[in-house]
Design a binder for this molecule. Structure first.
Ligand code: CU
Length: 168
């Protein structure tokens, strides 16, 4: 049962790889969090996953970070009671998948300075509890008779995906 051993090794790798691969995204890279920067262009093409972190870097007291909803993003308004992050090195762990919105709440930086960013967070890498990926279905269907083979197939798909990220 050599294939089973390989399967176990792959499974272990799949469990531990996501934590190794967790990425810290410094918003705006070396520009940081400031006015008149195209954060949508910055976010485009990046893949944010649960377990990754967003870091907002800026001189404290110049800006801040408010997590808002879609409406707050559109209108540059934070709902009352939302506490701003203000320390200038604000790390936000991405804990759930879905769309996230952040704005600067200082004066009119959001409206006039375009200090707003929205990202879409994807499920955790290699997580079996993550939303089912379309590539998962054909494999489990093809090997549906064996639960173990199906599981191995899924792991291989996950690993292939992870490796693909490095190649890109
Ligand atoms: Cu600001």
């Amino acid at each position: 049962m050599a294939s089973c051993k390989i399967c176990i090794i792959i499974t272990i790798a799949a469990v531990f790889l996501p934590s190794i691969l967790a990425t810290e995204f410094v918003v705006g890279d070396e520009t940081g969090w400031t006015t008149n920067f195209d954060y949508q262009a910055w976010a485009q093409g990046k893949k944010f996953h649960v377990g990754d972190k967003l870091v907002f870097r800026y001189p404290p007291e110049t800006h801040n970070v408010l997590r808002v909803n879609g409406t707050g993003f559109q209108q540059c308004k934070a709902p009352t009671g939302i506490e701003a992050l203000t320390n200038g090195e604000d790390t936000i762990p991405l804990t759930s998948p879905g769309r996230k919105w952040y704005i600067c709440g200082v004066r009119n930086h959001c409206e006039s300075g375009n200090m707003k960013i929205t990202i879409n967070v994807l499920p955790e890498l290699g997580s079996p509890t993550g939303s089912p990926s379309p590539s998962q279905t054909p494999i489990s269907a093809a090997t549906g008779s064996s639960a173990l083979t199906g599981f191995c197939g899924w792991i291989i798909v996950a690993i292939t995906g992870i490796r693909g990220m490095f190649i890109v």
